[in-house]
Ligand binder design. Sequence first.
Ligand SMILES: Cc1cc2nc3c(=O)[nH]c(=O)nc-3n(C[C@H](O)[C@H](O)[C@H](O)COP(=O)(O)O)c2cc1C
Length: 217
Amino acid sequence: MERRLLGNGGLGVSALKKLAILLFVFFMAFSVGAQTTKILIVYFTMPETDGIDTVSGASRVVKNGEVLGNTQFIAQCIQRAAGGDLFAIETVQKYPGAHAPLLDFAADEKRKNARPQLQRRISNLANYDVIFLGYPNWNADLPMPLYTFLEEYNFGGKTIVPFSTHGGSGFSNTIRTIARLQPRATVITNGFTVSRNIVGNAENDVRNWVRRLNLGQ
Ligand SMILES: Cc1cc2nc3c(=O)[nH]c(=O)nc-3n(C[C@H](O)[C@H](O)[C@H](O)COP(=O)(O)O)c2cc1C
């Protein structure tokens, strides 16, 4: 017995049902995907090569034999908690790796109000809604490469979530500075900051902070 319906190009009823279900599933998957917040985690970090690990308060974390900058480590914790892509701000110039010369170099850069040239640009910024932005506190301020970065892009319509690592000063005024440099972005004021002395143990705190941000993931 032939069980085909006429006028449907020869497809049976059950095949049509399957097709409808497939289309529905595809549509739902696409629309759910479209609602997911797209996250980019941008950070600047400068691990010191003459330091010891953070138990003793130097500017680097050693995890599984890998040396990470303090802020880089927090960026990775954020990625584990929230997903998203990582982007490292890197300058064309090289910074001194040892503590004292780095302090002098950065102080000089700040005095000159320098805008160090950056290595790479973010090519697909339009894809992201939320930008986590991380940096070490340098001289109670943003490191100068962050000024270059914030002046090179327009984050209008996006949300910037600051995070930092520090040696005692917390954020200083850096969140206000970010808001001033990006007046058309929404800048979250309850960013995450952690002392370099305990940065290696901050993973849980980062996870809880990310959860409280309620990013709609
Ligand atoms: C050049 C320089 C200046 C710094 N100035 C400050 C400061 O003013 N206040 C503070 O709390 N920490 C200061 N620190 C400490 C760093 O914020 C801290 O070590 C940070 O965790 C380094 O992060 P990183 O390993 O990702 O570069 C300074 C560190 C450097 C290298």
